[in-house]
Design a protein around this ligand. Structure first.
Ligand SMILES: [Cu+2]
Length: 237
């Protein structure tokens, strides 16, 4: 006999885990551009000719660069970034000329008017509001080793985290803002934790329901159901 309460519980658990994994993979598939489950092409590629980057902006209406870090670019090499606008608002890709300097989020209001006058951008390219449109950005990497911040000049976008780091001759990590204080870090990590919890709970609920469908009838298991309302209570002896 392969059934029994233990059998269906095992199937129920397997179903729950299966459904949980599916729900966990779904956001990953969406995040990778819907190219398929777990398929993730490298976003930053280094070759002898230079560095090429596949970047997106405005995903889900959000003001972020993805990826927001470009590491180990060879000094003086050619960098080509293909920027796809996933949203419907314009942006800019603006690379600061300052080395190892990170703009605090609060400086947003004076970004264009003061900062860029004092520190002319190395590169600034407008990204039009064409959803799905790709804007190529090509420039020669600085020859000075260090991290260079890039950001969007459109008012309000920098404050929501539309910035990142270019590492020339070095590896860079995290958003351009000082680690741990950027609001997007909390939003992203909170969303991930929420999704994982929701996926596990949903997976177990669906798994339990599926498992119940395959439950053996009590009479076939050799005992009568005690709490079922359809079975009349045994008369007292
Ligand atoms: Cu922007």
């Amino acid at each position: 006999m392969s059934g029994g309460p233990r059998g269906w519980r095992r199937r129920s658990l397997a179903g729950a885990i299966g459904v949980s994994v599916l729900f966990l993979l779904l956001p990953a598939a969406v995040a990778t551009g819907g190219t398929g489950l777990l398929s993730s092409r490298p976003l930053v590629v280094h070759t002898a000719a230079g560095t090429t980057v596949q970047m997106t902006v405005g995903a889900g209406g959000g003001f972020v660069f993805t990826p927001d870090t470009i590491s180990n670019v060879a000094p003086g090499s050619t960098v080509t970034i293909q920027i796809r606008n996933l949203g419907t608002v314009p942006h800019t890709f603006t690379l600061s000329s300052l080395v190892n300097y990170t703009l605090p989020y609060a400086s947003n209001t004076n970004l264009t008017s003061v900062f860029l006058v004092q520190h002319p951008a190395l590169v600034s390219v407008n990204i039009p509001d064409v959803q799905g449109g790709v804007t190529p950005v090509t420039f020669t990497a600085p020859t000075t080793i260090g991290s260079y911040q890039f950001f969007c000049q459109v008012p309000g976008h920098f404050a929501t985290g539309m910035e990142g780091l270019l590492g020339v001759g070095i590896s860079v990590s995290g958003p351009g803002a000082p680690p741990g204080i950027g609001p997007p870090v909390f939003i992203i990590s909170g969303t991930i934790v929420g999704l994982v919890i929701a996926a596990i709970v949903l997976g177990f609920v669906v798994g339990q329901r599926e498992g119940t469908k395959h439950e053996m009838p009590p009479e076939r298991l050799g005992y009568s159901e005690i709490s079922s309302p359809t079975v009349p209570a045994k008369p007292p002896y």
